[in-house]
Design a protein around this ligand. Structure first.
Ligand code: 6PG
Length: 248
């Protein structure tokens, strides 16, 4: 593993680079288990994507019996507006790869209702965050937000063509996928940056270009939502495999 601190906007982020996606999954799972052990109740926002899928398998396999799953409240950073049984549902992916295999408390699983009207659901989920989470400077605060990054530089479901959603007034917004037109409900940038800790999970060489542009601040890097992730807590970690980090 290669690990080093990087100065961003006077705050420090940590970059951890591992051999491959499997190692990212293993090391993130260890990190996650330690975090949960250090907390009482633990509020985490999950991400969709292929890296979390592998992580859920590793967590269930290696930490199924040792993590106190009942302490964890699960939320999502974003959800596709589809039914919870649809193959595209981030919730379904988490059920298949994690919840069906470990002892979570049903009432602690706070899914975004992908099947509901997106605008109403964004409002309902914003309220739910207000009710369930402690606040920092008036903003609901997750203990941990897990993010992926698309090869277009999007994160959660804030895409480059909808940068205005990052600072939207409401905690949750309705986004539109640029190619498929699929609606998504996503937390906004304010919620992401208010978290006690934010972790990016980025793997694969299709991510290398954006990782290079963002980390090396190449011209125009600010147009990628992922570049705006900069938690006020100063705790930002990037878990990457060598393929995604090849330009660093
Ligand atoms: C989504 C995800 C999205 C994802 C990235 C990275 O629901 O589409 O939340 O933001 O995290 O596209 O996905 P991979 O892990 O597959 O690279």
């Amino acid at each position: 593993m290669k690990s080093y601190p990087v100065e961003i906007h006077l705050k420090v982020m940590e970059v951890r680079i591992f051999k491959d996606k499997q190692q990212v999954a293993k090391r993130f799972s260890t990190y996650f288990a330690e975090k949960v052990a250090q907390h009482g109740i633990f509020h985490v926002a999950l991400s969709g994507g292929s890296t979390p899928k592998l992580i859920f398998d590793v967590l269930a396999e290696e930490y199924g019996d040792t993590i106190d799953w009942g302490k964890i409240h699960f939320y999502w950073g974003d959800e596709r507006c589809v039914s919870p049984t649809d193959e595209q549902s981030n919730y379904k992916m988490t059920v298949d790869h994690l919840f069906s295999k470990v002892k979570c408390v049903e009432g602690n699983i706070h899914r975004i209702l992908g099947e509901a009207d997106p605008t109403r659901e964004a409002m309902r989920y914003s309220n739910l965050l207000e009710i369930n989470l402690d606040r920092i400077s008036g903003i609901p605060q997750f203990d941990l937000v897990i993010l992926g990054m698309g090869d277009d530089g999007h994160t959660a479901s804030i895409f480059p063509h909808e940068m205005e959603l990052w600072n939207a007034h409401d905690h949750c917004v309705v986004a539109t996928h640029p190619e498929s037109g699929q609606k998504r409900v996503s937390i906004n940038g304010t919620i992401i940056n208010a978290a006690k800790e934010v972790v990016f999970l980025v793997t694969g060489d299709n991510k290398a270009k954006k990782v290079d542009e963002i980390h090396n601040k190449k011209s125009g890097f600010e147009k990628y939502p992922a570049s705006l992730v900069n938690p006020t807590s100063g705790k930002l970690l990037w878990f990457m495999d060598k393929a995604a980090a090849k330009a660093l």
